[in-house]
Ligand binder design. Sequence first.
Ligand code: NCD
Ligand code: ZN
Ligand code: ZN
Length: 431
Amino acid sequence: MLITNAVLPDDREVDVRIEDGRIAAVEPSLDGVADIDADGKRLFPGAIDVHVHFRQPGFSHKETWETGSKSAAAGGVTTVVDQPNTDPATTDGEGFDRKAELAAASYVDYGINGGVTADWSPEELFERPLFALGEVFLADSTGEMGIDADLFANAVERAGAHDTTVTVHAEDATLFDESVKDMPAVGAGTDANADLWSAFRTPEAEQAAVERAIEVAGDTGTDVHIAHTSTPEGITAAKDGDATCEVTTHHLFLSRDDLEELGTHGRMNPPLRDEERRRDVYEAVADGTVDMIATDHAPHTLDEKDAGIWEAPSGVPGVETMLPLLLEEARQDRFSYERVRDLIAANPAETFGLARKGRIEEGYDADLVLFDPAEATEIDAETLHTKCEWTPFAGLPGVFPELTMVRGEVVYQEGEFGDAVGRNVREHGGQ
Ligand SMILES: NC(=O)N[C@@H](CC(=O)O)C(=O)O
Ligand SMILES: [Zn+2]
Ligand SMILES: [Zn+2]
Protein backbone atom coordinates (compact mmCIF):
# COMPACT_ATOMS: atom_id res chain seq x y z
CA MET A 1 0.00 0.00 0.00
CA LEU A 2 1.20 3.50 -0.82
CA ILE A 3 0.13 6.77 0.79
CA THR A 4 1.33 9.87 -1.06
CA ASN A 5 1.59 13.60 -0.25
CA ALA A 6 1.17 13.32 3.50
CA VAL A 7 2.43 15.90 5.98
CA LEU A 8 4.02 14.43 9.12
CA PRO A 9 3.93 15.99 12.61
CA ASP A 10 7.40 17.46 11.97
CA ASP A 11 6.06 19.15 8.79
CA ARG A 12 7.95 16.91 6.33
CA GLU A 13 5.91 16.14 3.21
CA VAL A 14 6.31 12.45 2.38
CA ASP A 15 5.11 9.29 0.71
CA VAL A 16 4.69 6.24 2.96
CA ARG A 17 4.87 2.62 1.82
CA ILE A 18 3.22 -0.08 3.94
CA GLU A 19 4.05 -3.78 3.66
CA ASP A 20 2.74 -6.61 5.86
CA GLY A 21 1.25 -4.15 8.31
CA ARG A 22 4.52 -2.30 8.83
CA ILE A 23 5.92 0.95 7.52
CA ALA A 24 8.38 -0.10 4.82
CA ALA A 25 9.55 3.34 3.65
CA VAL A 26 9.06 7.05 4.42
CA GLU A 27 10.57 9.21 1.66
CA PRO A 28 9.95 12.57 -0.04
CA SER A 29 8.89 10.57 -3.09
CA LEU A 30 8.26 6.86 -3.69
CA ASP A 31 7.50 5.01 -6.93
CA GLY A 32 4.14 3.40 -7.52
CA VAL A 33 0.45 4.17 -7.78
CA ALA A 34 -1.07 5.82 -4.74
CA ASP A 35 -3.72 3.85 -2.85
CA ILE A 36 -4.39 6.94 -0.77
CA ASP A 37 -3.49 10.43 -1.98
CA ALA A 38 -3.32 12.44 1.25
CA ASP A 39 -3.25 15.64 -0.81
CA GLY A 40 -1.34 17.63 1.81
CA LYS A 41 -3.36 16.43 4.79
CA ARG A 42 -1.67 15.43 8.04
CA LEU A 43 -0.60 11.87 8.79
CA PHE A 44 -0.08 11.01 12.46
CA PRO A 45 0.93 7.89 14.33
CA GLY A 46 -2.20 6.36 15.87
CA ALA A 47 -2.85 7.52 19.41
CA ILE A 48 -2.06 5.17 22.31
CA ASP A 49 -4.50 5.63 25.18
CA VAL A 50 -3.04 3.82 28.17
CA HIS A 51 -6.13 4.35 30.33
CA VAL A 52 -9.59 3.15 29.27
CA HIS A 53 -12.42 1.23 30.98
CA PHE A 54 -14.23 -0.78 28.29
CA ARG A 55 -16.43 -2.37 31.01
CA GLN A 56 -16.49 -5.98 29.81
CA PRO A 57 -16.90 -8.40 31.44
CA GLY A 58 -19.66 -7.30 33.78
CA PHE A 59 -20.96 -3.92 32.69
CA SER A 60 -21.75 -4.26 29.00
CA HIS A 61 -24.72 -1.88 29.37
CA LYS A 62 -22.13 0.94 29.78
CA GLU A 63 -19.65 -0.10 27.06
CA THR A 64 -18.38 -3.20 25.26
CA TRP A 65 -15.11 -4.00 23.54
CA GLU A 66 -16.95 -3.50 20.26
CA THR A 67 -18.44 -0.06 21.02
CA GLY A 68 -15.43 1.16 23.00
CA SER A 69 -12.92 0.17 20.34
CA LYS A 70 -15.06 1.64 17.54
CA SER A 71 -15.15 4.86 19.52
CA ALA A 72 -11.35 4.64 19.80
CA ALA A 73 -10.88 4.01 16.07
CA ALA A 74 -13.17 6.89 15.10
CA GLY A 75 -11.12 9.15 17.38
CA GLY A 76 -7.73 8.10 15.94
CA VAL A 77 -6.77 5.83 18.86
CA THR A 78 -5.11 2.64 17.60
CA THR A 79 -4.03 1.12 20.93
CA VAL A 80 -5.94 1.13 24.23
CA VAL A 81 -5.05 -0.22 27.66
CA ASP A 82 -7.98 -1.58 29.65
CA GLN A 83 -8.21 -1.32 33.42
CA PRO A 84 -9.10 -4.11 35.87
CA ASN A 85 -12.26 -2.87 37.65
CA THR A 86 -14.60 -5.11 35.67
CA ASP A 87 -16.71 -8.04 36.97
CA PRO A 88 -14.94 -10.35 37.43
CA ALA A 89 -12.07 -8.00 38.20
CA THR A 90 -8.84 -8.68 36.31
CA THR A 91 -6.99 -9.84 39.41
CA ASP A 92 -6.27 -13.51 38.67
CA GLY A 93 -5.68 -15.88 35.77
CA GLU A 94 -9.33 -16.64 35.19
CA GLY A 95 -10.29 -12.95 35.25
CA PHE A 96 -7.54 -12.16 32.78
CA ASP A 97 -8.51 -15.00 30.42
CA ARG A 98 -12.18 -14.00 30.47
CA LYS A 99 -11.26 -10.42 29.52
CA ALA A 100 -8.81 -11.61 26.86
CA GLU A 101 -11.59 -13.61 25.15
CA LEU A 102 -13.85 -10.56 25.01
CA ALA A 103 -11.07 -8.19 23.95
CA ALA A 104 -10.58 -10.24 20.79
CA ALA A 105 -13.62 -8.31 19.45
CA SER A 106 -11.57 -5.08 19.49
CA TYR A 107 -11.13 -2.94 16.37
CA VAL A 108 -7.86 -1.56 17.72
CA ASP A 109 -4.82 -3.09 19.41
CA TYR A 110 -4.98 -3.37 23.17
CA GLY A 111 -3.23 -4.10 26.43
CA ILE A 112 -4.85 -5.67 29.47
CA ASN A 113 -3.82 -4.47 32.92
CA GLY A 114 -3.95 -6.61 36.04
CA GLY A 115 -5.45 -5.30 39.28
CA VAL A 116 -4.51 -5.67 42.93
CA THR A 117 -7.00 -6.67 45.64
CA ALA A 118 -6.64 -8.63 48.90
CA ASP A 119 -7.50 -11.86 47.06
CA TRP A 120 -5.50 -11.32 43.86
CA SER A 121 -3.32 -14.05 42.35
CA PRO A 122 -0.18 -12.22 41.26
CA GLU A 123 1.72 -15.20 39.87
CA GLU A 124 -1.24 -16.18 37.67
CA LEU A 125 -1.32 -12.63 36.30
CA PHE A 126 2.41 -12.46 35.65
CA GLU A 127 2.22 -15.72 33.67
CA ARG A 128 -0.16 -14.02 31.26
CA PRO A 129 0.52 -11.42 28.52
CA LEU A 130 -0.08 -8.58 30.96
CA PHE A 131 0.37 -4.95 29.89
CA ALA A 132 1.11 -3.50 33.34
CA LEU A 133 -0.12 -3.71 36.91
CA GLY A 134 -2.85 -1.18 37.47
CA GLU A 135 -4.60 0.93 37.85
CA VAL A 136 -3.77 0.08 41.45
CA PHE A 137 -6.29 1.99 43.55
CA LEU A 138 -4.85 3.72 46.62
CA ALA A 139 -8.39 4.96 47.35
CA ASP A 140 -11.78 3.64 46.34
CA SER A 141 -13.10 4.64 42.94
CA THR A 142 -15.59 2.84 40.65
CA GLY A 143 -15.42 -0.84 41.66
CA GLU A 144 -14.24 -0.16 45.22
CA MET A 145 -10.80 -1.67 44.71
CA GLY A 146 -8.93 0.61 47.15
CA ILE A 147 -6.09 -1.23 48.93
CA ASP A 148 -3.97 -0.64 52.05
CA ALA A 149 -0.33 0.41 52.27
CA ASP A 150 1.09 -3.06 52.99
CA LEU A 151 -0.63 -4.67 50.03
CA PHE A 152 0.54 -1.83 47.80
CA ALA A 153 4.15 -2.28 48.94
CA ASN A 154 3.87 -6.00 48.27
CA ALA A 155 2.41 -5.44 44.79
CA VAL A 156 5.13 -2.94 43.88
CA GLU A 157 7.84 -5.40 44.92
CA ARG A 158 6.32 -8.26 42.92
CA ALA A 159 5.87 -6.05 39.84
CA GLY A 160 9.53 -5.03 40.03
CA ALA A 161 10.61 -8.66 40.14
CA HIS A 162 8.68 -9.22 36.90
CA ASP A 163 9.94 -6.02 35.28
CA THR A 164 6.38 -4.75 35.14
CA THR A 165 5.32 -1.11 35.53
CA VAL A 166 2.79 -0.18 38.22
CA THR A 167 0.12 2.36 37.23
CA VAL A 168 -1.29 4.08 40.30
CA HIS A 169 -4.60 5.78 41.07
CA ALA A 170 -3.08 8.17 43.59
CA GLU A 171 -5.52 9.57 46.13
CA ASP A 172 -5.24 9.25 49.92
CA ALA A 173 -8.75 8.90 51.37
CA THR A 174 -7.57 9.95 54.84
CA LEU A 175 -7.06 13.44 53.38
CA PHE A 176 -10.55 13.78 51.91
CA ASP A 177 -12.52 16.60 53.57
CA GLU A 178 -15.30 14.75 55.43
CA SER A 179 -16.86 18.05 56.60
CA VAL A 180 -18.10 18.59 53.04
CA LYS A 181 -20.54 15.72 53.59
CA ASP A 182 -22.45 17.91 56.08
CA MET A 183 -23.23 20.48 53.39
CA PRO A 184 -26.63 20.37 51.69
CA ALA A 185 -26.45 18.23 48.55
CA VAL A 186 -29.22 19.65 46.41
CA GLY A 187 -30.46 18.45 43.03
CA ALA A 188 -29.57 15.56 40.74
CA GLY A 189 -27.84 15.16 37.38
CA THR A 190 -27.01 18.46 35.69
CA ASP A 191 -28.92 20.30 38.45
CA ALA A 192 -26.81 18.87 41.27
CA ASN A 193 -24.37 20.92 43.31
CA ALA A 194 -21.45 18.93 41.94
CA ASP A 195 -18.74 21.24 43.27
CA LEU A 196 -19.05 19.33 46.54
CA TRP A 197 -17.18 16.41 44.92
CA SER A 198 -14.21 18.63 44.12
CA ALA A 199 -14.27 20.08 47.64
CA PHE A 200 -14.39 16.56 49.12
CA ARG A 201 -11.57 14.82 47.20
CA THR A 202 -8.86 17.39 47.93
CA PRO A 203 -5.70 18.25 45.96
CA GLU A 204 -3.71 17.35 49.11
CA ALA A 205 -5.08 13.80 48.87
CA GLU A 206 -3.54 13.46 45.41
CA GLN A 207 -0.17 14.95 46.32
CA ALA A 208 0.23 12.79 49.45
CA ALA A 209 -0.64 9.59 47.58
CA VAL A 210 1.78 10.34 44.72
CA GLU A 211 4.56 10.98 47.25
CA ARG A 212 3.75 7.77 49.11
CA ALA A 213 3.69 5.67 45.91
CA ILE A 214 7.09 7.00 44.92
CA GLU A 215 8.53 6.41 48.37
CA VAL A 216 7.39 2.79 48.32
CA ALA A 217 8.74 2.22 44.81
CA GLY A 218 12.03 3.88 45.69
CA ASP A 219 13.07 0.86 47.74
CA THR A 220 12.41 -1.58 44.90
CA GLY A 221 13.42 0.05 41.62
CA THR A 222 9.96 -0.65 40.16
CA ASP A 223 8.79 1.73 37.43
CA VAL A 224 5.81 3.77 38.58
CA HIS A 225 3.34 5.55 36.34
CA ILE A 226 0.86 7.93 37.98
CA ALA A 227 -2.58 7.78 36.36
CA HIS A 228 -4.72 10.87 35.82
CA THR A 229 -2.64 13.48 37.69
CA SER A 230 -5.03 16.39 38.11
CA THR A 231 -3.04 19.00 40.05
CA PRO A 232 0.28 20.82 39.54
CA GLU A 233 1.27 19.47 42.99
CA GLY A 234 0.65 15.87 41.86
CA ILE A 235 2.59 16.39 38.62
CA THR A 236 5.54 17.95 40.44
CA ALA A 237 5.61 15.15 43.00
CA ALA A 238 5.52 12.53 40.22
CA LYS A 239 8.29 14.11 38.14
CA ASP A 240 10.49 14.93 41.17
CA GLY A 241 10.20 11.27 42.08
CA ASP A 242 11.19 10.00 38.61
CA ALA A 243 7.74 8.56 37.91
CA THR A 244 5.96 9.07 34.62
CA CYS A 245 2.51 10.63 34.61
CA GLU A 246 -0.53 11.14 32.44
CA VAL A 247 -3.10 13.96 32.38
CA THR A 248 -6.63 13.27 31.15
CA THR A 249 -8.38 15.40 28.58
CA HIS A 250 -11.04 16.36 31.14
CA HIS A 251 -8.46 17.68 33.61
CA LEU A 252 -6.77 19.51 30.72
CA PHE A 253 -9.88 21.24 29.35
CA LEU A 254 -12.44 21.32 32.20
CA SER A 255 -12.42 22.80 35.71
CA ARG A 256 -14.71 23.35 38.69
CA ASP A 257 -16.15 26.29 36.74
CA ASP A 258 -17.75 23.78 34.36
CA LEU A 259 -19.56 21.88 37.11
CA GLU A 260 -22.46 24.29 37.21
CA GLU A 261 -23.36 23.11 33.72
CA LEU A 262 -22.16 19.50 33.98
CA GLY A 263 -23.50 18.67 37.45
CA THR A 264 -22.93 15.00 38.30
CA HIS A 265 -21.92 14.35 34.67
CA GLY A 266 -18.70 16.06 35.71
CA ARG A 267 -18.14 13.81 38.71
CA MET A 268 -15.00 11.71 38.37
CA ASN A 269 -11.94 10.64 40.36
CA PRO A 270 -9.78 12.54 40.86
CA PRO A 271 -12.29 15.40 40.55
CA LEU A 272 -12.18 18.54 38.43
CA ARG A 273 -9.95 21.20 40.03
CA ASP A 274 -10.14 24.98 40.28
CA GLU A 275 -9.41 27.01 37.15
CA GLU A 276 -5.99 28.16 38.40
CA ARG A 277 -4.81 24.59 38.92
CA ARG A 278 -6.26 23.57 35.54
CA ARG A 279 -4.20 26.30 33.89
CA ASP A 280 -1.03 25.12 35.64
CA VAL A 281 -1.76 21.54 34.55
CA TYR A 282 -2.26 22.78 30.97
CA GLU A 283 1.10 24.59 31.16
CA ALA A 284 2.85 21.42 32.37
CA VAL A 285 1.34 19.52 29.43
CA ALA A 286 2.25 22.23 26.92
CA ASP A 287 5.88 22.50 28.08
CA GLY A 288 6.52 18.75 28.05
CA THR A 289 6.72 18.17 31.82
CA VAL A 290 3.80 15.75 31.63
CA ASP A 291 4.64 12.56 29.76
CA MET A 292 1.36 11.78 28.07
CA ILE A 293 -2.35 12.39 27.71
CA ALA A 294 -4.71 9.49 28.44
CA THR A 295 -8.47 9.58 28.68
CA ASP A 296 -9.53 7.47 31.67
CA HIS A 297 -12.49 6.73 29.36
CA ALA A 298 -14.98 5.69 32.08
CA PRO A 299 -18.48 5.47 30.59
CA HIS A 300 -21.63 5.29 32.72
CA THR A 301 -25.14 5.67 31.28
CA LEU A 302 -27.02 8.96 31.65
CA ASP A 303 -29.59 7.11 33.76
CA GLU A 304 -26.84 6.21 36.21
CA LYS A 305 -25.25 9.67 36.12
CA ASP A 306 -28.55 11.47 36.70
CA ALA A 307 -28.44 10.94 40.47
CA GLY A 308 -27.45 13.09 43.46
CA ILE A 309 -23.80 14.09 43.89
CA TRP A 310 -23.08 11.46 46.57
CA GLU A 311 -24.91 8.70 44.66
CA ALA A 312 -23.90 9.20 41.01
CA PRO A 313 -21.06 6.99 39.71
CA SER A 314 -17.67 8.59 38.99
CA GLY A 315 -16.27 8.74 35.48
CA VAL A 316 -16.65 10.32 32.05
CA PRO A 317 -16.15 8.98 28.50
CA GLY A 318 -13.33 10.43 26.39
CA VAL A 319 -11.49 7.98 24.11
CA GLU A 320 -13.02 9.40 20.90
CA THR A 321 -12.43 13.07 21.71
CA MET A 322 -8.81 13.03 22.98
CA LEU A 323 -6.97 13.37 19.68
CA PRO A 324 -9.60 15.75 18.14
CA LEU A 325 -9.32 18.12 21.14
CA LEU A 326 -5.51 18.11 21.01
CA LEU A 327 -5.43 18.60 17.24
CA GLU A 328 -7.63 21.64 17.78
CA GLU A 329 -4.95 23.01 20.16
CA ALA A 330 -2.41 22.48 17.37
CA ARG A 331 -4.73 24.08 14.79
CA GLN A 332 -4.91 27.14 17.08
CA ASP A 333 -1.09 27.14 17.43
CA ARG A 334 -1.26 26.53 21.15
CA PHE A 335 0.59 23.17 20.89
CA SER A 336 2.96 22.11 18.11
CA TYR A 337 2.01 19.00 16.11
CA GLU A 338 5.19 17.38 17.40
CA ARG A 339 4.12 17.99 21.00
CA VAL A 340 0.76 16.36 20.26
CA ARG A 341 2.52 13.38 18.65
CA ASP A 342 4.75 12.95 21.72
CA LEU A 343 1.85 13.23 24.17
CA ILE A 344 -0.43 10.75 22.46
CA ALA A 345 1.90 8.33 20.69
CA ALA A 346 5.69 8.52 21.03
CA ASN A 347 5.85 8.94 24.81
CA PRO A 348 3.27 6.33 25.82
CA ALA A 349 4.96 3.84 23.45
CA GLU A 350 8.37 4.53 24.95
CA THR A 351 7.17 4.54 28.56
CA PHE A 352 5.45 1.17 28.24
CA GLY A 353 7.96 -0.50 25.93
CA LEU A 354 5.92 -0.69 22.72
CA ALA A 355 8.99 -0.79 20.50
CA ARG A 356 7.12 -0.82 17.18
CA LYS A 357 4.46 1.76 17.95
CA GLY A 358 4.19 5.54 18.34
CA ARG A 359 6.20 6.79 15.34
CA ILE A 360 6.00 6.96 11.55
CA GLU A 361 9.35 5.39 10.72
CA GLU A 362 10.56 2.40 8.77
CA GLY A 363 9.94 -0.84 10.69
CA TYR A 364 7.14 0.56 12.86
CA ASP A 365 3.56 -0.76 12.81
CA ALA A 366 1.41 1.05 10.25
CA ASP A 367 -0.91 2.47 12.94
CA LEU A 368 -1.84 5.70 11.18
CA VAL A 369 -4.36 8.52 11.34
CA LEU A 370 -5.16 10.90 8.48
CA PHE A 371 -6.93 14.22 9.10
CA ASP A 372 -7.53 17.57 7.49
CA PRO A 373 -5.87 20.08 9.84
CA ALA A 374 -8.18 22.87 8.71
CA GLU A 375 -11.40 20.99 9.40
CA ALA A 376 -12.77 21.51 12.93
CA THR A 377 -16.27 20.37 13.91
CA GLU A 378 -18.30 20.84 17.06
CA ILE A 379 -18.22 17.82 19.37
CA ASP A 380 -21.67 16.29 19.49
CA ALA A 381 -22.65 13.17 21.47
CA GLU A 382 -24.89 12.01 18.61
CA THR A 383 -21.96 11.47 16.28
CA LEU A 384 -19.79 9.61 18.82
CA HIS A 385 -19.69 5.82 19.11
CA THR A 386 -19.51 5.14 22.85
CA LYS A 387 -22.43 3.14 24.18
CA CYS A 388 -23.06 5.66 26.96
CA GLU A 389 -24.33 8.26 24.45
CA TRP A 390 -23.01 11.43 26.08
CA THR A 391 -19.82 13.48 26.37
CA PRO A 392 -18.64 16.15 28.82
CA PHE A 393 -17.02 17.97 25.87
CA ALA A 394 -20.20 18.73 23.89
CA GLY A 395 -19.91 22.00 21.96
CA LEU A 396 -16.10 22.21 21.98
CA PRO A 397 -14.35 22.19 18.59
CA GLY A 398 -12.37 19.10 17.58
CA VAL A 399 -10.40 17.98 14.52
CA PHE A 400 -11.62 14.44 13.81
CA PRO A 401 -9.77 11.82 11.73
CA GLU A 402 -10.89 10.90 8.24
CA LEU A 403 -9.15 7.57 8.31
CA THR A 404 -7.61 5.31 10.96
CA MET A 405 -5.41 2.33 10.21
CA VAL A 406 -4.22 -0.46 12.54
CA ARG A 407 -1.17 -2.36 11.24
CA GLY A 408 -2.04 -1.39 7.67
CA GLU A 409 -5.76 -2.32 7.90
CA VAL A 410 -8.28 0.51 7.57
CA VAL A 411 -10.47 0.19 10.68
CA TYR A 412 -12.28 3.52 10.25
CA GLN A 413 -12.93 5.76 7.25
CA GLU A 414 -15.44 8.60 7.08
CA GLY A 415 -18.07 7.05 9.31
CA GLU A 416 -17.54 3.42 8.18
CA PHE A 417 -15.72 0.67 10.06
CA GLY A 418 -13.48 -2.07 8.69
CA ASP A 419 -12.76 -5.38 10.46
CA ALA A 420 -12.08 -5.90 14.16
CA VAL A 421 -8.35 -6.57 13.72
CA GLY A 422 -7.19 -5.64 17.24
CA ARG A 423 -4.77 -7.87 19.11
CA ASN A 424 -2.95 -7.93 22.43
CA VAL A 425 0.24 -5.88 22.07
CA ARG A 426 2.06 -8.03 24.64
CA GLU A 427 1.47 -11.21 22.65
CA HIS A 428 3.42 -10.09 19.62
CA GLY A 429 7.13 -9.87 20.31
CA GLY A 430 6.68 -7.51 23.27
CA GLN A 431 5.73 -4.78 20.80
N1 NCD B 1 -12.11 7.88 37.02
C1 NCD B 1 -13.31 7.56 37.48
O1 NCD B 1 -13.97 8.43 38.05
N2 NCD B 1 -13.86 6.34 37.32
C2 NCD B 1 -13.22 5.17 36.80
C3 NCD B 1 -12.28 4.54 37.77
C4 NCD B 1 -11.00 5.33 37.96
O2 NCD B 1 -10.23 5.53 37.02
O3 NCD B 1 -10.71 5.74 39.09
C5 NCD B 1 -14.31 4.16 36.41
O4 NCD B 1 -13.95 3.01 36.13
O5 NCD B 1 -15.49 4.52 36.36
ZN1 ZN C 1 -8.46 5.96 38.62
ZN1 ZN D 1 -9.42 4.78 35.44
